[in-house]
Ligand binder design. Structure first.
Ligand SMILES: Nc1ncnc2c1ncn2[C@@H]1O[C@H](COP(=O)(O)OP(=O)(O)O)[C@@H](O)[C@H]1O
Ligand SMILES: [Mg+2]
Length: 333
C-alpha cells in the first residue's frame, strides 16, 4: 500500500510517522480504523496520544459522524474560482468549487488543457478577484503543460509572470503508477505549499493506454477508483479545488444521440462532483455543457480560448439557440 502522507495528520511529525509506518500503519485509513490498543502494543506511543492521533486521522478520512451544523460550517468555507469567462463560471454555479472534483470531458483540442492552464493563474488571484489565493499543483500526464502559455496569460492579465509561474508546481507523470505516486505526494505537498487548486490532466489517458482489453478492466477501474477517492479526500480535507480531465470514447452501440461518452465509466461519473462536456462550438468558439450535477442545472454556454486564457464568446444573435452542434441562428423571416 502506498503512503498517503501520515505527516499530513495534525500532530504527526516525520519521526512519529516512521514509527507508525514501521509498526504496520502506512496510511491514514489504517490509523483511523485500527483499535487503539493494537497500536499501543506495536509502538511506544502512549494511549492518550494514540486516541488524539486517531481522532485527527478519522477527521481526515471522514469515518466519523459529524453534526449537520458542522457539515454546514464546512460547506461555508467552500470557495469558487473563476475560469476567466463569466458565462462559463455562471453555468458552473459561480466557478470551479473547492471541496469538490470537477471533470472536464472532451475530444482532443476542445480546450481541456487550456482551461486548466487558465485556472492555474486565476486560482492565485485573491478571493475578491475571483481566485482562491493559493498556489497550484499540476500533474501533466500528456506532456502538454506549456510554461510559455502560463507566462503569456499572466502578462495579458497584468500579473508578473515569473511570480505566477513560481506558484505552479508541475510534475510530468510518465505512466499510471507514477501518476498514483504523485497523487499520494499531494497530501504533504498541498499542506506545505498552500495549494488551493490541484489539476490532473489527464486522469485517464495512462490508464486507458496501459490496461488494454476486457480482462484488465476491473483492475484498472479499481485503481482509478482508489485514486479518484484520494483526490476527493484531499479536496475535502484541505478545502482544495480539484480538476481532472477525461476523454470521450466512441460507443459503437449507439443508434441515437451522441455516440461519444466519457471514458472511465461509472467510477469516473460517481467520483466527480461536477462534469463538464466540452465541444467545438463553431466560429472558433467552444461549447461547455454541465451534465450529471447534483446541484447544477444542465446548462450550456459558449466560450473562447484567447491570449488572456478563457473568455466569454461574443453574444449570440437575438433568437439564436445554443445546441449540441454549437450556435444555431434563428431562421430568417
Ligand atoms: N494562445 C491561444 N490563443 C487562442 N487559442 C489557443 C491558444 N493556445 C491554444 N489555443 C487553442 O486551444 C486548442 C487546444 O486546446 P487544448 O486545451 O490543448 O485541448 P485538449 O486539452 O482538450 O486536447 C488549440 O486547438 C487552439 O485552438
Ligand atoms: Mg489536453
Amino acid at each position: 500500500m502506498l503512503d498517503e502522507g501520515l505527516e499530513s495528520i495534525t500532530g504527526i511529525g516525520s519521526k512519529l510517522a516512521s514509527e507508525l509506518r514501521e509498526a504496520g500503519y502506512p496510511t491514514i485509513e489504517s490509523l483511523a480504523v485500527t483499535p487503539p490498543r493494537e497500536i499501543m502494543e506495536k509502538t511506544k506511543i502512549g494511549f492518550n496520544r494514540i486516541l488524539e492521533i486517531q481522532k485527527a486521522a478519522r477527521e481526515m478520512f471522514s469515518v466519523d459522524f459529524k453534526t449537520a451544523q458542522e457539515a454546514y460550517e464546512k460547506r461555508k468555507d467552500m470557495r469558487k474560482c473563476t475560469t476567466g469567462s463569466p458565462k462559463l463560471d455562471k453555468i458552473l454555479g459561480g466557478g470551479i468549487e473547492t471541496q469538490a472534483l470537477t471533470e472536464l470531458i472532451g475530444e482532443y483540442g476542445t480546450g481541456k488543457t487550456q482551461i486548466c492552464l487558465a485556472l492555474s493563474i486565476t486560482a492565485q488571484l485573491p478571493p475578491e478577484q475571483g481566485g482562491l489565493g493559493g498556489s497550484v499543483a499540476f500533474i501533466d500526464t500528456e506532456g502538454t503543460f506549456m510554461p510559455e502559455r502560463v507566462y503569456g496569460i499572466a502578462s495579458k492579465m497584468g500579473l508578473d509572470p515569473a511570480v505566477v509561474a513560481k506558484n505552479i508546481l508541475v510534475a510530468r507523470a510518465y505512466n499510471s503508477s507514477h501518476q498514483c505516486l504523485l497523487i499520494d505526494r499531494l497530501f504533504t505537498l498541498c499542506k506545505e505549499n498552500n495549494v488551493k487548486l490541484v489539476i490532473v490532466d489527464s486522469m485517464i489517458s495512462h490508464f486507458r493506454g496501459e490496461y488494454m482489453g476486457r480482462e484488465n478492466l476491473s483492475e484498472r477501474q479499481q485503481i482509478l477508483n482508489q485514486y479518484l477517492h484520494k483526490l476527493v479526500r484531499l479536496a475535502e480535507a484541505y478545502n482544495i479545488a480539484v480538476v481532472v480531465t477525461n476523454q470521450v470514447q466512441a460507443n459503437p452501440a449507439t443508434f441515437f444521440g451522441d455516440p461519444n461518452r466519457p471514458a472511465g465509466g461509472n467510477i469516473m461519473a460517481h467520483a466527480c462532483t461536477h462534469r463538464v462536456i466540452l465541444r467545438r462550438g463553431g466560429k472558433g468558439t467552444r461549447l461547455a455543457t454541465i451534465i450529471d450535477s447534483p446541484s447544477l442545472p444542465e446548462e450550456k454556454t459558449r466560450f473562447k480560448i484567447t491570449e488572456k486564457g478563457v473568455e466569454d464568446a461574443p453574444e449570440e444573435k437575438a433568437g439564436s439557440k445554443i445546441t449540441e452542434k454549437g450556435v444555431e441562428d434563428a431562421p430568417e423571416e
